[in-house]
Design a protein around this ligand. Structure first.
Ligand SMILES: Nc1ncnc2c1ncn2[C@@H]1O[C@H](COP(=O)(O)OP(=O)(O)O)[C@@H](O)[C@H]1O
Ligand SMILES: [Mg+2]
Length: 499
């Protein structure tokens, strides 16, 4: 080779550097596609949970592995996928963006904006499945989560790191309790993640709108998987939302996650299981539905001081059918969580709202965390209320009750009026303490039950004006000294005595 053109030289170089031998590229083919599930053959090295990429860019993840078929849950629109399409493994698991860039945003479970805003600026993309903190990494649940709902804060106090199930029939106010709890965090440092799975768009719009109007939306993340999106996207929503919240928990911050709701999530899980031909068990759910929700909710935790002391509180919601708490999913969830707030349609119809059933609700850890000032004045409230409900039932049978019973009934009626509370009007800790104190000390006995709502409405402004030091002390530490307690007490007394 004496003379050569530059073109020939370049070509010779390219040939010299070309890899020699066959290039191996593994791809499978879609055998069947439908209902958001693709069955794929020819992917022998695919792993569970691995993300697969379809010919036209859609993503899915491996849900089942058979001898020669891979069951893949499609995360994107499956309309464009056809039988015969090529599919490649990515070696990756499903990830979602995390970081403060999500605050104030409405996103889908993969972190894609649904609010028309710019793409999320993420700190990182984390796997949607994460191991729950181990026992040694945890601490006791010992700081309160104030919901602003008197029934909960006084009778079923919640703590940071707790998992409390909100359960009841459709339309009994489950979502409303969660929304009010999120709204009340405008006065706290909790970061809220609201996960809506399979909820109607009109409902979701109402939730977001309420929180934007009354709460602190700049500290909330809305993770939305509408009923119209692929089952795969609905399935990953709670896991993705948890990952977003864990980011804050792991940095010593405090997060609250609402999952609205796990009944719909379980139904999606069942649908996917049946389509991927997993054997059905009780109520046609696959056998792993307990494990599914247990591993999800175990991620809620109060971390030890060595791990930064952060917390993640979970409020999963479940829907019952005709109040049946012993159906499969409700019993599972009740046994996984640290307590439940049971909503009753009977109470709801009787206009007792929030319709929390005192007899069947419980908070198994939060009681110890209750703000001391509130615990002091509401200690016997639950028992008093239960006794009143029983007395009331018996007094319907007639007979002339004696004076003591009459007084008990009168007190109970005022307590009931106190516990019914409108939406979007969470109470501050001071207001709750003042109301409980007023009841305990008999200040409300002379107030007609139907006037109690107006007392409660006037209370916050009144206390700010007449018991400022008490309000400030309470808001800063959850405790109150004798002097300020007396101030609070006399301020309430003058309010209830006002004509
Ligand atoms: N404390 C309350 N006071 C008045 N209305 C309420 C209260 N809580 C809920 N509601 C109303 O009850 C209806 C059902 O509530 P929602 O939270 O959507 O129920 P669910 O989530 O259980 O289906 C809504 O129209 C809501 O405005
Ligand atoms: Mg709801």
């Amino acid at each position: 080779m004496t003379s050569s053109s530059p073109w020939l030289e370049r070509a010779a170089k390219r040939v010299a550097h070309a890899p020699i031998g066959p290039a191996i590229e593994e791809f499978g083919r879609v055998r069947t596609i439908g209902d958001g599930i693709a069955m794929i053959s020819g992917l022998p090295s695919a792993r569970l949970d691995e993300v697969l990429r379809f010919e036209r860019g859609q993503l899915g993840f491996v849900q089942t592995l058979d001898r020669d078929l891979v069951g893949c849950v499609v995360l994107d629109d499956a309309e464009m996928i056809e039988a015969g399409d090529r599919v490649r493994g990515t070696g990756e698991v499903v990830r979602t963006p995390v970081g403060p860039g999500l605050l104030g945003r409405v996103v889908d479970p993969l972190g894609r904006p649904l609010d028309g805003g710019p793409p999320i600026e993420a700190v990182a993309r984390e796997p949607i499945e994460a191991a729950a903190p181990s026992i040694v990494e945890r601490d006791l649940v010992k700081e309160p989560v104030q919901t602003g709902i008197l029934t909960i804060d006084a009778l079923f106090a919640l703590g940071r790191g707790q998992r409390e199930l909100i359960i009841g029939d459709r339309g009994t106010g489950k979502t409303s309790i969660a929304v009010d709890t999120v709204i009340n965090q405008r006065a706290s440092d909790l970061i809220c993640v609201y996960i809506a799975v399979g909820q109607k768009s009109s409902t979701v719009v109402r939730i977001i709108d309420a929180i934007r109007r009354h709460g602190a939306p700049e500290r909330c993340i809305f993770v939305i998987a509408a009923p119209t999106v692929s089952p795969g996207l609905q399935w990953i929503a709670p896991f993705a939302g948890m990952t977003m919240a864990e980011h804050f928990r792991n940095r010593g911050q405090h997060a609250l996650v609402v999952i609205d709701d796990l009944s719909k999530h379980a139904a999606t899980h069942r649908e996917i299981a049946l389509l991927t031909r997993q054997p059905p068990g009780r109520e046609a759910f696959p056998g792993d539905v307990f494990y599914l929700h247990a591993r999800l909710l175990e991620r809620a935790a109060k971390l030890s001081a060595e791990r930064g002391g952060g917390s993640l509180t979970a409020l999963p919601i479940a829907e019952t059918d005709a109040g049946n708490l012993s159906a499969y999913i409700p019993t599972n969830l009740i046994s996984i969580t640290d307590g439940q707030l049971v909503l009753s349609s009977r109470l709801f119809q009787a206009d007792q709202k929030p319709a929390i059933d005192i007899g069947t609700s419980v908070s198994r850890v939060g009681g110890k965390t209750q703000a001391p000032a509130l615990r002091e004045v509401s200690g016997t409230m639950r028992l008093d209320y239960a006794q009143f409900l029983e007395l009331e039932m018996f007094s319907r049978f007639g007979g002339a009750p004696d004076a003591r019973v009459k007084a008990q009934l009168a007190r109970g009626m005022r307590l009931r009026a106190l516990l019914s509370q409108p939406q979007y009007a969470p109470l501050r800790l001071t207001d709750e303490v003042a109301l409980a104190m007023a009841l305990r000390d008999g200040m409300l006995d002379a107030v007609a039950p139907d006037r109690i709502a107006s007392v409660r409405e006037a209370l916050p402004a009144w206390l700010d004006q007449h018991a400022g030091p008490a309000v400030r002390m309470m808001e800063s530490g959850g405790t109150i000294d004798t002097e300020r307690r007396d101030l609070l007490s006399s301020a309430v007394r003058t309010l209830v005595q006002a004509p």
